[in-house]
Design a protein around this ligand. Structure first.
Ligand SMILES: C[S@@+](CC[C@H](N)C(=O)[O-])C[C@H]1O[C@@H](n2cnc3c(N)ncnc32)[C@H](O)[C@@H]1O
Length: 272
């Protein structure tokens, strides 16, 4: 394993904090372990040379490789299921009525390998079938890691992940493709657009959203970046729209004007 000097470690931490909001302060060993292959790919034998390459990296290849290695992309189908129940039992109906059947705009921010936005698509399909209506929803799913976005777009997953999906959904939305993998039904992909986007920057060319999922992302951020992220998400919500964060995350009162309506669910007030 190639070791980081104290200064190199500080440089990597600062680079990640400044550019992506991610806090790697206590992650020295993790950086050394995960970056070993990346240094090899870039044909350098120490972090000093790697950081020099990063400084000259106009095409984004070096930074992209580092993001692929150092982001935590853990996710699974139907994670924190209470959120999907709430959508199906309450929020979809409320938004449908309010929007008078106009398109529903959903942003899945920090979508990782796509399980979250496909769960959303399954949940919407279920709702439509049960209620005999159409949500006419458009989902934008974003992440900074190109590697995970590629996997998300393919929608192919190892067989063991299918266990997180209820059997009736497996039957409708999953197709076995090889002995050890399955793919999600093509129909689920129709209304999802995958995009590379850094949450430390504004999201361009989209309007406001009715629902934003940004779950288990800010948990990796430093305090300042988290505040910046929360106010950007708030700005991107329609009045009456909902923000879902991870169950282990909590917005401090001084961080937001959103009102908390359920565990890890916030609503933008109609009046602001
Ligand atoms: C732990 S995963 C969460 C996935 C999913 N939302 C869930 O709850 O299961 C966090 C994701 O956030 C992404 N991420 C971290 N910082 C980001 C940033 N600045 N901009 C966009 N995505 C970011 C990571 O690449 C990673 O895929």
């Amino acid at each position: 394993m190639i070791r980081l000097t104290d200064q190199e470690f500080l440089d990597v931490v600062e680079y990640f904090r400044k550019n992506y909001g991610i806090n790697l302060k206590n992650k020295k060993i993790l950086i050394e372990c995960r970056m070993a292959k990346e240094l090899e790919r870039c044909k350098v034998s120490n972090f000093g040379d790697y950081l020099k390459l990063l400084k000259k990296d106009s095409g984004g290849d070096i930074a992209g490789g580092m993001v692929n290695r150092l982001t935590t992309n853990y996710t699974y189908f139907l994670r924190e299921p209470a959120h999907f129940t709430l959508l199906e039992e309450q929020i979809f109906s409320e938004l449908l009525e309010k929007k008078r059947y106009g398109p529903l705009y959903i942003w899945c921010a920090g979508c990782a390998t796509g399980e979250e936005c496909y769960t959303l698509a399954m949940c919407m399909d279920e709702y439509q079938e049960k209620n005999g209506c159409t949500l006419n929803a458009r989902i934008i799913a974003t992440d900074i890691s190109e590697e995970v976005l590629e996997k998300a777009e393919k929608g192919v997953y190892p067989k063991r992940e299918i266990e997180d999906i209820p059997p009736s959904w497996q039957e409708k939305y999953c197709r076995e493709i090889k002995k050890n993998s399955f793919c999600v039904a093509e129909e689920l992909k129709y209304n999802i657009r995958f995009m590379k986007h850094n949450l430390m920057e504004p999201l361009k060319e989209t309007g406001r959203f009715d629902v934003i999922f940004c779950r288990n992302v800010m948990i990796y951020f430093d305090k300042f970046s988290r505040q910046r992220l929360v106010s950007m998400l708030e700005e991107n919500l329609n009045p009456g729209g909902y923000l879902f964060i991870g169950h282990a995350e909590l917005l401090a009162r001084d961080e937001t004007n959103l009102e908390q309506v359920h565990q890890a669910v916030y609503r933008k007030r109609e009046t602001i």
